[in-house]
Design a protein around this ligand. Structure first.
Ligand SMILES: *[C@@H]1O[C@H](CO)[C@@H](O)[C@H](O)[C@H]1NC(C)=O
Ligand SMILES: *[C@@H]1O[C@H](CO)[C@@H](O)[C@H](O)[C@H]1NC(C)=O
Ligand SMILES: *[C@@H]1O[C@H](CO)[C@@H](O)[C@H](O)[C@H]1NC(C)=O
Ligand SMILES: *[C@@H]1O[C@H](CO)[C@@H](O)[C@H](O)[C@H]1NC(C)=O
Ligand SMILES: *[C@@H]1O[C@H](CO)[C@@H](O)[C@H](O)[C@H]1NC(C)=O
Length: 369
């Protein structure tokens, strides 16, 4: 039985689905005549439950509010960008690699774990570890698929899969504001070369198709803004921290250059580079035009304006509160975007206007038999 509060939530969720459907149409692409297999690497921006599974969390999670049971385990009030992308090609949501119960990897597999970085290489579930997990998944999957396991992927599936990568935000967050700007910038090439290693490693095993998201405007996150007090000259016209955003842009430029280099070096590779930064910065700068408000304030947090973020009372802990209309907020908890904002970003991604080359996601559905 649903109590009144839950009923209201379901009603709101339903209404907002209609709203999102009207304004950001994410139509299922009929041109996909078979599953697009997606194999994802990343952090909380695309973690569909891995972190929560690893930690053995169940039910109503601290820090995470589950408005929809199918979407539990995400650092969000609902769908992530990757969820919207999966929906757009008619797929179910990605199963975390860490799932050990009732797993089905026929749509692909998600190695993303919240908090992951690229460096240090062997810490936590950083990118290199996710790649090692992929190698293990790949070899076991091939072996068991050939023995008839219907939940796994075969050789053709792995070759034709789209390998998606969204990582770097936690690396940048860990250096900007902690060391001087000049020192922080010097660390960026090492982050990029970790991403390069992984793309090359996957390619060497037959993966040809990559979809790389760049990083968003770190200096517009309520957490960055609330944590690092700066001088007036450190803020841009939208109230974001200039140095943090410059750092994100330098990372993004180098990531784009890497994609170009790999396209030159590697025969038959397709790498779509997606400029998430521009989509998110446009959303923040033009928030009211897009139907959002308080672009620098988290919906779930503590302290009220200007950022509603306080490290002792973060979303899910201490005296935090949840805003009245989470569908009008861009930031969910001061770090992660809301479902509403993710839907907006996904619709822009699917437009191909922010992609180099401008390939549609569904163009990866029908490669080879
Ligand atoms: C796994 O999911 C796919 C897609 O939803 C489905 O076609 C397939 O039958 C499932 N596998 C098993 C063994 O149930
Ligand atoms: C080139 O890429 C396509 C699409 O992924 C793949 O089907 C084909 O086998 C690849 N060819 C070579 C020579 O690797
Ligand atoms: C603010 O600017 C002053 C003068 O330029 C400088 O001494 C100080 O270190 C700056 N403070 C911060 C937090 O950047
Ligand atoms: C905000 O919207 C205007 C009008 O569409 C556009 O010219 C501008 O580039 C947008 N701002 C950003 C930061 O994208
Ligand atoms: C939460 O509020 C109570 C009552 O004002 C206060 O005593 C407590 O210290 C607050 N908790 C935190 C983590 O700030």
């Amino acid at each position: 039985m649903m109590n009144l509060k839950e009923k209201i939530f379901y009603f709101i969720s339903f209404s907002i689905s209609i709203f999102l459907g009207l304004f950001f149409p994410l139509s299922v692409d009929s041109q996909c005549n078979k599953n697009l297999i997606i194999i994802n690497f990343g952090d909380s921006n695309s973690d569909t439950g891995g972190y929560v599974i690893v930690r053995g969390m169940i039910g109503q999670l601290p820090k995470i509010h589950t408005f929809n049971h199918d979407l539990s385990g995400r650092m969000c009030d609902g769908k992530l960008i990757i969820d919207f992308l999966c929906e757009s090609v008619g797929n179910g949501y990605l199963t975390p690699f860490m799932e050990s119960i009732g797993k089905n990897f026929t749509n692909g597999v998600n190695f993303a774990i919240a908090g992951s970085k690229t460096l240090p290489k062997l810490n936590f579930f950083n990118l290199h570890i996710q790649f090692a997990q992929f190698n293990r998944f790949r070899s076991l999957s091939l072996e068991l698929f050939n023995k008839g396991d219907g939940n796994l992927l075969g050789d053709k599936d792995l070759r034709n899969a789209l390998y998606t990568i969204d990582i770097g935000q936690n690396d940048l967050d860990g250096i900007f504001g902690k060391v001087t700007y000049e020192k922080a910038i010097l660390k960026i090439p090492d982050i990029i070369s970790e991403i390069e290693n992984v793309i090359k490693g996957i390619y060497e095993q037959g993966g040809n198709n990559f979809w790389v998201h760049n990083t968003g405007p770190l200096g517009c996150l309520p957490k960055s803004l609330a944590t690092y007090k700066k001088n007036e000259s450190d803020y841009d016209e939208n109230g974001c921290l200039i140095s943090f955003n410059e750092g994100a842009k330098i990372f993004n430029n180098k990531l784009q250059v890497l994609c170009e280099k790999l396209r030159d070096e590697m025969k038959n590779i397709t790498i779509v580079y997606v400029d998430i930064y521009s989509i998110k910065y446009d959303l923040i700068a033009n928030s009211s035009t897009y139907g959002f408000m308080n672009p620098l304030m988290g919906c779930c947090g503590y302290g009220g304006p200007p950022y509603n973020f306080e490290s002792n009372n973060i979303c899910g802990q201490g005296n935090y509160t949840i805003c009245e209309d989470r569908f009008k907020y861009i930031s969910w908890d001061g770090i992660h975007y809301t479902e509403a904002a993710n839907g907006f970003v996904a619709s822009k991604i699917l437009s191909t206007h922010y992609s180099t080359p401008p390939l549609k996601l569904h163009s990866f559905c029908n490669i080879a038999p």
